[in-house]
Write a protein that binds this ligand. Structure first.
Ligand code: ADP
Length: 449
């Protein structure tokens, strides 16, 4: 069997869907190939939101922000190891990407914050629901409206290169049939490798035995396919562990809970760190506790504003009690210590000054409205910052930094943007910003045929 199409998009997470829509809107014929039986990849699990500075929605809320500050905070959060060119493009195109979604009926006009950001710039759906499900359903609606072809249960097994240029891909379909698709442009949007424990441990032996928050498909196969056609890789050992993962279910407890005002408390009933620090630092502090776990603690006020909290309650992950004392007892925690911790923290909120750990953001409201809630958490493998090398135009680069004509990549499969630690809310921004850019570039290339 054979097919011919302008642009092949591999992967149906946020990067792939955004790329496909943009390529179509630029006049290209598009095919999306997804190895899993369902659309959405790991994107569908994204919870916090999408970071962007200088957006219309920030303006409406009177939030003063700048692209430069967004750049500097992402760089600092990334331990100064981000690729500056990619990060510049990322920050520059972020407000446009928010608008790109808005014009397609995907409104991220509620704004919160995540660890490492000093300003509210994490855009999310207005009703407080998790960003991933909302985003994927909105993108799928756009894909369907355009009648873009999606092949599920189909994986790309080869990228075909002739005379140094991409000329097609080979697919293995649901029926185990091999199909060759002729194309001038392939967009690899295949995600990261957090769910491939062998690959994780190869680069980071210290992460042996860690749970992962990722979907089963996050196995890094796309990186291997690109390496086979000469692509370079970068930062492969930069693997993020997310600090707040419920260990029995591997369920990620969104940073937006802390961003909404929750705190972290040890089994001894004490706060131990600035909850709004970056993920790498918060994770390290939890691992350093004698029990290697902690509790995320919040009150009814925080719950009411965050739909994710209801989901955690429905899933049975939350211990709730009518008073702080009863909550401490339910957790087997010294209630004197816990009550003192709450009282002290609430005093910091009142003065907007955390004397103990220097938390400066999301000191939103005192934790004093019952019922009180706690979720036991510990770190889990969450994001692979490393991946294939690209230029700011999303063209895949070989190990000598030359463009491989016809090969584009966007999303978690790409390395370099996030340096040593990805900021919460920067992955959703990454996939939309670079997904749309890849779609545009690929469509332009096909037009030059
Ligand atoms: P991103 O956030 O970068 O968009 P996601 O993890 O959300 O990444 O999506 C990547 C998608 O790519 C997943 O749904 C995954 O199943 C799919 N995928 C990975 N490798 C292949 C492959 N070789 N062929 C087809 N689909 C793939």
């Amino acid at each position: 069997a054979a097919k011919c199409v302008d642009v092949v998009v591999v992967g149906s997470g946020g990067a792939g869907l955004a790329a496909a829509i943009q390529a179509y809107d630029d006049g290209a014929s598009v095919l999306i190939v997804e190895k899993m039986p369902t659309i959405g990849g790991n994107t569908i699990k994204a919870s916090a939101g999408m970071n962007a500075a200088e957006t219309r929605f920030q303006q409406v809320k009177g939030i003063q922000d700048s692209k430069e500050l967004f750049y500097q905070e992402s760089l600092k959060g990334g331990q100064n190891r981000n690729n500056p060119e990619l990060l510049r493009r990322f920050v520059e195109n972020a407000p446009e990407a928010i608008e790109w979604l808005a014009t397609r009926g995907i409104m991220l006009n509620d704004i919160t914050t995540t660890g490492g950001m000093s300003i509210d710039r994490t855009h999310r759906p207005k009703d407080g629901s998790a960003v991933g499900g909302y985003l994927v359903s909105g993108l799928v609606r756009n894909v369907n409206k355009r009648h873009i072809d999606v092949m599920l249960d189909t994986s790309v097994s080869d990228i075909i290169v002739e005379n140094g240029e991409v000329t097609g891909v080979r697919l293995t379909t649901e029926e185990n049939e091999t199909v060759t698709v002729t194309t001038k442009s392939v967009i690899m949007a295949t995600g990261g490798f957090s769910a491939n424990s062998q690959m994780v441990v190869k680069y980071r032996p210290d992460l042996d035995g860690f749970v992962t928050t990722n979907h089963k498909g996050a196995t890094g196969g796309g990186i291997a396919l690109l390496e086979r056609i000469g692509a370079g890789t970068v930062d492969m050992g930069e693997i993020q562990i997310h600090p707040t993962v419920e260990q029995n279910t591997s369920y990620l407890i969104s940073e937006s809970i802390r961003g909404g005002g929750a705190i972290l408390v040890s089994q001894q009933g004490n706060r131990f760190f600035n909850e709004m620090e970056t993920r790498d630092k918060v994770s390290a502090q939890i691992i350093a506790l004698p029990e290697k776990y902690a509790y995320i603690v919040f009150d009814e006020h925080v719950r009411a504003k965050n739909k994710a909290a209801d989901e955690y309650i429905a899933k049975g992950l939350v211990t709730s009690a009518s008073s702080p004392k009863a909550l401490a007892e339910a957790l087997g925690m010294d209630h004197h210590a816990f009550l003192a911790t709450l009282e002290r923290y609430n005093g910091f909120v009142e003065k907007q000054h955390d004397v103990d750990f220097g938390r400066t953001t999301a000191l939103r409201a005192p934790i004093n409205e019952g019922p009180f809630h706690a979720i036991r958490i510990a770190p889990g493998v969450h994001h692979t910052m490393g991946g294939v090398t690209v230029n700011p135009e999303t063209c895949v680069l070989d190990s000598a930094h030359n463009v491989i004509p016809g090969a584009f990549a966007a999303g978690e499969v790409v390395g370099g943007i996030h340096g040593g630690n990805r900021i919460g809310g920067n992955a959703v921004a990454d996939i939309i910003i670079f997904g749309t850019l890849a779609g545009h570039q690929a469509a332009m290339r096909s037009k030059k045929a």
